[in-house]
Write a protein that binds this ligand. Structure first.
Ligand SMILES: NC(=O)c1ccc[n+]([C@@H]2O[C@H](COP(=O)([O-])OP(=O)(O)OC[C@H]3O[C@@H](n4cnc5c(N)ncnc54)[C@H](O)[C@@H]3O)[C@@H](O)[C@H]2O)c1
Length: 344
């Protein structure tokens, strides 16, 4: 087990990598803690939850909504949770986002921690203190920024992770490599999803690397005024696609990254964008899709990176170097339209 501590203005986060779920009993008072998880995780790891207060939700992004937050609050009242209670999100990004959100508003804020159980939550969703819920077609429209007290990484959860969720996690890992770290990109290029899944040591080191990449950018820019925006690489188009089509988050982000790489080639002269397509393929992620430009653009304009009639789009100068690039909405609409013509 390795412990890292990160001190941010919005709180101190203790991170336990390569730890065991049992460590939880040392981090919280079991009687005064409530776990939030979903039915998939609960049914596959039942023994771990024995003698804990547990709120079990239905799985899926469609439940990352205010109605579910209200239902959690009602159950917290039933558990007589008070200001001294710790809420623990044990799950993927849907669970960690919801748990962080509820913990931020219940009694104006209670202590919370996460045990991420998907690769995506381990390398991305559980880190950084952003939490919230979706509203209709708009992802993460309502929420707050508040840091968990702790993150506990128990890799044994990954044994039951469905294949698709591995790819979803790698979409964010490839994103980190594209915007921050060309060495990580080269490593990913030399391996594949199947090879990494079999190599526990390598997997643990990739998770740790991605945790430190995300922590570094969060530390530098806790409230998303600058560099943290880079983490949205692939997400502007990705989020719009995700809400309009039957795609997982990772698939949508992969398609968004291919579009952003194409745009980077066109606008700021990125070379080697085919390598991004190749790597996404190695991790079983989609790279081409035909979609309705107008339908997707109408959702895309609601992106939080839009300021008036300009979108702060994330592009790549080169692999390993992301940049924020302002694009006028009418220009962006033309680019999306051209891109969909090419993909027909
Ligand atoms: N807050 C942030 O900074 C941030 C960053 C990235 C993504 N997110 C959010 O994260 C969410 C996506 O997260 P996700 O991909 O983890 O989705 P998820 O929480 O829906 O989990 C994916 C699926 O895997 C199942 N699952 C989880 N752990 C499992 C395990 N160990 N074994 C078997 N099944 C398991 C879940 O039940 C679910 O069906 C999105 O809502 C996205 O907006 C948030």
């Amino acid at each position: 087990m390795k412990k890292i501590q990160q001190v941010l203005s919005s709180g101190k986060v203790d991170i336990y990598l390569d730890a065991s779920f049992n460590l939880l009993t040392k981090l919280v008072d079991k009687k005064n803690a409530v776990i939030v998880t979903d039915e998939n995780i609960f049914s596959k790891h039942r023994a771990k939850f024995k003698n804990w207060n547990v709120i079990t939700l239905k799985p899926g992004e469609q439940y990352k909504i205010q109605l579910t937050a209200d239902a959690i609050i009602e159950q917290l009242i039933e558990f007589q949770a008070d200001r001294s209670t710790t809420l623990i999100g044990v799950g993927g990004g849907v669970i960690t986002d919801l748990t962080g959100y509820v913990a931020s508003i219940y009694m104006r804020g209670i202590r919370f921690g996460f045990v991420p159980t998907t690769l995506l939550a381990m390398v991305d969703a559980s880190i950084g203190g952003k939490n919230g819920v979706d509203v209709g077609a708009y992802k993460n429209l309502v929420g707050s920024i508040r840091q968990p007290s702790f993150l506990l990484y128990d890799y044994s959860f990954l044994k039951t992770l469905p294949e698709m969720e591995w790819s979803n996690g790698f979409a964010e890992i490839i994103k980190h490599a594209c915007i921050f770290d060309n060495r990580l990109f080269d490593l990913l290029k030399n391996y594949s999803l199947d090879k990494i899944k079999k190599d526990k040591k390598l997997l643990a080191s990739i998770v740790a690397k991605n945790v430190s990449l995300k922590l570094a950018v969060v530390k530098k820019d806790e409230f998303e005024k600058g560099d943290r925006k880079l983490l949205n690489f692939g997400h502007t188009l990705g989020h719009a696609l995700e809400t309009q089509y039957d795609l997982t988050h990772g698939q949508a982000v992969a398609l968004g990254m291919v579009f952003a790489a194409w745009l980077s080639e066109k606008i700021i002269g990125l070379k080697k964008s085919p390598e991004i397509i190749q790597v996404l393929g190695q991790y079983k992620l989609p790279t081409f899709a035909s979609f309705d430009a107008d339908r997707v653009f109408n959702v895309l304009v609601m992106d939080k990176k839009r300021v008036s009639n300009t979108m702060h789009f994330i592009l790549l100068n080169r692999i390993g170097k992301g940049v924020v690039h302002p694009i006028k909405l009418n220009q962006l609409q033309k680019h999306v339209s051209t891109y969909t013509q090419l993909n027909k």
